[in-house]
Structures are given as C-alpha cells and as structure tokens.
Design a protein around this ligand. Structure first.
Ligand code: IPE
Ligand code: IPE
Ligand code: MG
Length: 254
C-alpha cells in the first residue's frame, strides 16, 4: 500500500509542482490537535493553539502556489459533544484568530468565507466572522472557506429544505431537479469541484465532511498530526495529486 510518509527533503520537491495542473479546490480535515498535545503531556487546548499556526502556514502555502479555494474543516456538528471547556476554548481561539489575522489575510489578498450552521454559533463568534468576511470580501486571491458547525449530512438536509421552499413557491418544478440543480443549493455551490481532500492524523474516515462533493475527489492521508503539518507536507500532497490518473468512471485518464 502506498503511504504518505513525508520525506524530510520535501522542500526541494516544490520545484517539481506543475503550476498548470494544480487542484483548484483543496479540502482538509485538520485532525490530531489533541493527540499532538497529549503526546507531549500538554493539555488539548495547546494542540488547538498550535493548530491555528498550521492554518496560517497552509493558507499562505496554498495562496502562494495559486490554489483557488481551500476548505478547512474546523468544527463539525458532532464536535458539540466535546467537553464544554474545550468548545469554549475553540470558540475563543477562533475569535482571536479572526481579530489578529484579518489584516494579514487582506495583505495576502485572501477572501474569507464560512460554511455550516453559522446561526447556531455563539453570537460573538458570528459577529467576528461577519466582520472578517466583510473586510476580505473584495479580495481576489485564495478563497479560504472555513467549515464551522458543518457536516455533510446537515448541509444536504439544508439544501433539500431550501429546494423544498423553492418548489413550494413555484420557482422550480420537481421534474426539473437534477445533479446540477441540487448542487446549486449546497454551501459549496459557488466553489470549484473539490479536487483533493487531505486528512491528517492517520485516521481513514470522512467524519461527515463534504459528502456530496467528494464523489470523485482524490484523497491524500498522512499520519502527521495537524499542528505538525507544514508547507512541505502540503506541497507533497499536491505533487502526489499530480501523479494520479483521474478516470471519473471512464477508461482514459483526464
Ligand atoms: C482537530 O483535532 C480539531 C477539531 C476537531 C476541532 P482534534 O481535536 O480532533 O484532535 P484529536 O483528533 O482528538 O487528536
Ligand atoms: C473531524 O475530526 C472534524 C474536524 C476536523 C473539525 P474529529 O476528530 O471530530 O473526527 P472523528 O471523531 O475522529 O471521526
Ligand atoms: Mg480528532
């Protein structure tokens, strides 16, 4: 089986990335913050703090190389089942990140977006998100899309619900529904197809992330915990992606 263990000389591989064949949209399940901290005898929240540093690094790396959209899974609808102190800690870290980083995102021409049931997040978080989104709305570089209180199933249900409202209002007929129409109701509707999905921490599962969207997505797994994931790992995933033969059910690689 092919593994994704990282060569320490990965830095040199950056040169080998073909800029004309980049994935347009990369999604990442940022996993392993807690285990990274615990492996050093530190509390889980220190892992989340360190995870934010990785977010900054990978955002920069993606923008530098010319990726169009980066979707980061930051908080799932199932993560509410964690201890309250961890949830509060995560929300506080998110607000701090937004406050401190918005200027840097602007300087990098990064446009911030969010997806998920944002209306169920603490009000302060909603306020900070709205402010940062507004401040970066005109940027034309990387789209940094953060999935918060998100799950693939919830997003599909929300799409069905919006579609039902439009059917009821007579805006669309039931017999007009097809994949393209349905896709238009999902949170990712105005983003490119997800070409590459990365999961850190060695887990081999989707954990309710983009379910509809990953039908033909290439998957890259690494045992590296998210706080230890760096630019070289990210570029290694891109290089590996470029070696894949995507057939989309056919016989010829596209
Ligand atoms: C990912 O790291 C961050 C969030 C889900 C918020 P975890 O917190 O899941 O860390 P592990 O997987 O327990 O090590
Ligand atoms: C997935 O990680 C969710 C995020 C990265 C936000 P989890 O740690 O919640 O997933 P499981 O519990 O290992 O499946
Ligand atoms: Mg986890």
């Amino acid at each position: 089986m092919k593994t994704n263990n990282v060569d320490p000389s990965a830095g040199a591989w950056i040169e080998t990335i073909d800029k004309s064949r980049l994935p347009e949209h990369v999604a990442i399940i940022m996993d392993g913050n807690g285990r990274w901290a615990q492996s050093q005898g530190l509390p889980r929240i220190i892992g989340h703090q360190a995870g934010i540093k990785s977010v900054k690094k990978i955002t920069r790396a993606a923008n530098d190389i010319g990726i169009k959209a980066l979707t980061l899974y930051a908080f799932s609808t199932e993560n509410w089942s964690r201890p309250e102190t961890e949830i509060t800690g995560l929300m506080t870290l998110l607000c701090k990140f937004l406050k401190i980083e918005v200027e840097s995102l602007n300087k990098q021409n990064v446009q911030l977006r969010v997806m998920g049931r944002i209306h169920q997040l603490p009000e302060l978080v909603q306020k900070e998100l709205a402010l940062s989104i507004e401040k970066t709305a005109m940027n034309s570089g990387l789209i940094l899309n953060i999935a918060l209180n998100y799950s693939g199933r919830a997003d599909i249900i929300d799409a069905v619900s919006r579609l039902a409202v439009d059917i009821h209002a007579g805006k669309i007929q039931a017999n007009e529904i097809n994949e393209a129409v349905f896709q238009g109701y999902l949170s990712t509707s105005d983003l490119p197809e997800v070409d590459l999905l990365i999961r850190t921490s060695g887990e081999m599962r989707i954990s309710n992330f983009l379910l509809w969207e990953i039908a033909y997505t290439e998957i890259w797994l690494t045992p590296v915990y998210w706080p230890a994931f760096n630019r070289e790992h990210f570029y290694q995933a891109l290089i590996d992606y470029q070696k894949r033969k995507r057939r989309f059910g056919g016989t010829v690689a596209l």
